[in-house]
Ligand binder design. Structure first.
Ligand SMILES: Nc1nc2c(ncn2[C@@H]2O[C@H](COP(=O)(O)OP(=O)(O)OP(=O)(O)O)[C@@H](O)[C@H]2O)c(=O)[nH]1
Ligand SMILES: [K+]
Ligand SMILES: [Mg+2]
Length: 489
């Protein structure tokens, strides 16, 4: 009863402070308005050794002085100081921890920031958050509000904000590398560079419109634009033709296991996810639904799907499973085509014909082939050694066959070679996040870049008939680029 009562009081106090905070904020904004001061737990939820609470805004320094009991002034910038953390009204010591002071404008948000590194127990955290909430002019931050302030202060552009979000959500090392690069501004610099070039072109065209009649401008000015615009357009188009590598790395590569019934698809699926996630049985047609899992394979994020065996069947439930399996293959970035080696013909000259037919059944459209596949001959433990050598000979002589793995899900022979092959394919599909120019990572970037390329076409269309409309094309292109970084053009 006591416990329930205490919790209720806590809620009331917090609620009152919140309302007070909002009142302060709105009255401040009706006058000359300094930004209000916000605070939040910046480390994750749950028990942990150290939690970090951050405060940003004009009242951050005052809050630091009062909660850390610093009557003689603020600590040296960016230097940790061990202090007792005290409730400003009750004077109760809440914890002992490190405090740091980052005066604006050289801080993450560009404003004054105070940081409290406290012990990560729930009672300590809520005690410190309540202490901060009790100070006039402070209120809890909304989700993403620190980053929004950094963006408005020009500390991060939109691509860097996205990079920061991706870094926090990165689950594999390759994702981390790509996100870190984007957060460091590589993608933003690329787009800003293009914006600068386009701005110069636009300035030339506008100058030509304004001054050419009085012969006040050189003849060659428009020629420079005629060279620069197609060059820029080519660069953007090259950047767009990346086969979605960056987007794939960001969101995960779709890998689908497909093949005939009983080829061992679910057995391979279980090996890759290292747990018996899918049912394995000698009964053909065991898997009906798509079974999915997300994995980290060699640092690359993979969304792996096991599917129903592909066969004609009178069973309407299994038929639906086969339809879904084919649909998944259509959406895959990479298909692992599994073959039961016991089904291979005995005669060497018939092996490659059999495999071509098999592939045609699993990947019927040319598009499926383009998206890539790996052929896996499973159950090699059931074949005599000579038969395996014969198959290997045939395959090395067949030039049009994609890489083939000979594997046994039972003995695991060939597994290492298969995993190396798989990693190589993932590397090709995602690209090296540290090599070459940065990859575009979001559909949003792709849409604005495509709009920019289209708008630049307007330049050619009107170049000789209406220069004002041609200039408008450049302006539209510039504004599309500006939308990616969030920097107005
Ligand atoms: N000897 C041997 N048996 C295997 C191997 N891989 C799978 N099997 C067996 O083959 C049978 C079918 O395996 P599954 O993994 O269920 O095959 P599946 O392709 O998922 O089958 P469906 O879901 O019915 O299409 C099971 O009895 C497995 O134990 C292997 O490498 N060697
Ligand atoms: K089966
Ligand atoms: Mg299965």
């Amino acid at each position: 009863m006591m416990f329930a009562c205490c919790r209720r009081n806590t809620f009331l106090i917090t609620h009152k402070r919140l309302r007070l905070g909002f009142r302060c904020a709105s009255s401040a904004s009706s006058t000359a308005e300094p930004a209000d001061t916000i605070f939040a737990l910046s480390s994750g939820q749950g028990r942990c050794g150290v939690a970090v609470v951050r405060v940003t805004g004009p009242a951050a320094g005052g809050a630091l002085r009062r909660v850390a009991g610093l009557s003689c002034g603020l600590p040296a910038p960016r230097t940790a100081l061990l202090r007792s953390i005290v409730h400003p009204q009750s004077k109760e010591v809440l914890d002992r921890g490190l405090v740091l002071w980052f005066p604006g404008p050289h801080s993450f948000t560009g404003e004054d920031i105070a940081e409290f590194h406290i012990h990560g127990g729930p009672a300590v955290i809520s005690g410190v958050l309540q202490a901060l909430g009790s100070l006039p002019g402070l209120r809890p931050a909304e989700a993403g509000e620190f980053t929004r302030r950094a963006f408005h202060a020009g500390k991060l552009d939109l691509t860097e904000v996205e990079g920061l979000g991706d870094l926090i959500h990165a689950e594999t090392q390759a994702q981390r590398r790509q996100a870190l690069r984007q957060m460091a501004g590589d993608l933003g610099h690329l787009y800003n560079g293009w914006s600068e070039q386009l701005k110069r072109c636009l300035a030339h065209v506008e100058a030509f419109i304004d001054f050419s009649e009085g012969d006040l401008i050189e003849d060659g000015v428009l020629n420079q634009v005629d060279i620069a615009v197609p060059q820029l357009q080519m660069e953007i188009e090259k950047h767009l033709c990346d086969e979605r590598r960056g987007e794939r790395l960001r969101s995960g590569v779709q890998v689908v296991i497909a093949g005939s019934t009983n080829a061992g698809k679910s057995s391979l699926f279980n090996i890759l996810c290292q747990r018996p996630a899918a049912i394995v049985s000698p009964i053909a047609g065991t898997t009906r639904d798509i079974v999915e899992t997300s994995l980290d394979i060699g640092g690359f994020p993979v969304l792996l799907s096991d599917t129903a065996g592909l066969r004609d069947t009178g069973d309407c439930v299994e038929r639906e499973g086969v339809r879904r399996a084919r649909q998944m293959v259509g959406l895959a970035d990479l298909t692992l085509v599994l073959v039961d080696s016991m089904q291979l013909p005995q005669e060497p000259q018939m092996v490659s014909g059999f495999l071509s037919e098999y592939l045609k059944n699993v990947l019927p459209s040319a598009k499926d082939h383009e998206q890539g596949y790996v052929l896996i001959l499973n159950k090699s433990d059931l074949l005599p050694k000579e038969h395996i050598s014969m198959i290997q000979n045939v395959l090395t002589q067949t030039s049009d066959m994609a890489p083939v793995s000979i594997l046994s899900c039972h003995s695991r022979e060939g597994l290492d070679d298969f995993l190396t092959l798989l990693q190589d394919r993932l590397k090709t599909l995602c690209g090296d996040p540290l090599a070459g120019s940065p990859s575009l990572t979001q559909t949003r970037h792709r849409a604005h870049l495509q709009k920019c390329v289209d708008a630049l076409n307007q330049y050619y269309e009107y170049r000789d008939t209406d220069l004002a409309l041609a200039a408008e094309g450049l302006r539209l292109g510039l504004s599309s680029l500006g939308r990616i970084t969030g920097k107005g053009s």
